[in-house]
Ligand binder design. Structure first.
Ligand code: AQP
Length: 345
């Protein structure tokens, strides 16, 4: 494929599903990282509205959630001058390549995906969209020939499949796609809420489950929650037995998660926070954590408010983003169509 991006910078691609209100897990685990990466990579960041509909969505809400994600990207510091920001469905080449990749993907590969197994557990009737989620994700990535894809640990399996499909396509039709590498976020010094290597924020109501858009509101702090709601949620967050404020995910998963949130939202080292609260009560720690979260979200919320009043200019950013992404995607698709023998129109 001919390069269509500015010369000199390598490409990185990622996106977030428009499946609900974004929360501090999405911010810490993804958006904050995109903002840093935009200074190093030629970033393509999209809102995955087509992935969101793999579970039923209310049409009006989906539209609002899609726009909400874009306002959030911008409010958190994604700069349209550095990053191509767009909506997945605005670039139809994503679905076109996804279909083509489906034709070279063995069914068994899709059925063994952990996310598919988790999301369909106990369901009587499983929708094909959930099964084919990873081929759409592979298309999202391969269209832009990125060197790197920022992902959390639980998406690495999907990225492995993307690499397998790239190899398969290349060996059958000739060199077309690069095999992108996962860019797994390293936890801040001294913490890993998952106990693994990815920065994973867990639910406030259950530290064994990740913070998620689709869980109950008590599970998460949404980026647009008011100060009052944040305080209420933090104060009601589950804690562990004992009274020590210590980072120890195996024995104190709830407090470790709260320490991780504190550290990630303030940029302070976990050890430093532990030291500050040595001998303090859970109540004092939680009160001040809530204040820290409120303070760190305030500028984002303020910027969001301004952007939401300026929908026309945000839609313009999306239009330009789709145009730029579409140009890169079409260059790939021209090559793909030719290689697999589709007659030119
Ligand atoms: N709890 C989390 N901790 C750290 N990172 C997280 N991410 C999501 N939850 C956490 C990261 O946010 C990005 C976007 O995720 P997504 O919306 O595409 O999919 P998801 O991981 O399924 O997110 P949710 O919030 O749990 O959504 P639902 O409930 O709709 O499935 C990803 O980079 C993800 O790692």
């Amino acid at each position: 494929m001919k390069p269509t991006m500015p010369v000199g910078r390598q490409v990185a691609v990622s996106g977030i599903q428009a499946s609900g209100n974004l929360h501090i897990g999405n911010y810490i685990g993804a958006i904050k990282q995109f903002v840093e990466l935009q200074n190093k990579y030629n970033m393509f960041v999209f809102v995955a509205d087509l992935h969101a509909i793999t579970v039923p969505q209310d049409p009006e809400k989906l539209k609002a959630q899609t726009l909400d994600a874009v306002y959030t990207y911008l409010a958190c510091g994604l700069d349209p001058k550095k990053t191509t920001i767009f909506v997945q469905s605005h670039v139809p080449q994503h679905t076109e390549l996804s279909w083509i990749l489906n034709t070279i993907t063995p069914l068994g590969e899709l059925e063994r995906m952990t996310q598919f197994k988790d999301k369909t557990q106990g369901q009587e009737s499983v929708l094909a969209g959930l099964l084919n989620y990873p081929t759409l994700m592979a298309a999202d990535i391969l269209l832009y020939n990125p060197i790197a894809v920022p992902v959390r640990e639980d998406q690495v399996q999907h990225l492995e499949l993307t690499r397998t499909l790239a190899r398969k396509f290349n060996s059958r039709f000739g060199e077309t796609f690069k095999e992108p590498k996962p860019l797994i976020q390293q936890p801040a010094q001294g913490w890993s809420a998952s106990g693994g290597s990815g920065a994973r924020i867990m639910g406030l109501d259950d530290p064994a489950k990740k913070m998620s858009k689709s869980a109950s509101p008590a599970n998460r702090i949404e980026l647009l929650d008011s100060a009052e709601v944040i305080k209420k949620k933090v104060m009601s967050a589950v804690t562990d037995s004992g009274s020590e404020i210590k980072f120890d995910p195996a024995n104190k998963p709830a407090i470790s998660n709260l320490l991780a949130i504190y550290s990630q939202m303030t940029g302070r080292a976990v050890a430093d926070i532990e030291k500050q609260y040595h001998g303090s009560s859970y109540a004092k720690f939680k009160t001040e954590l809530a204040e820290a979260v409120v303070t760190s979200l305030a500028p984002i919320q303020e910027k969001y408010g301004k952007l939401a009043k300026n929908k026309t200019s945000v839609l313009k950013i999306l239009k330009e983003g789709a145009k730029k992404a579409g140009k890169a995607a079409e260059a790939t698709m021209k090559d793909v169509r030719k290689k697999i023998g589709l007659l030119e129109s």
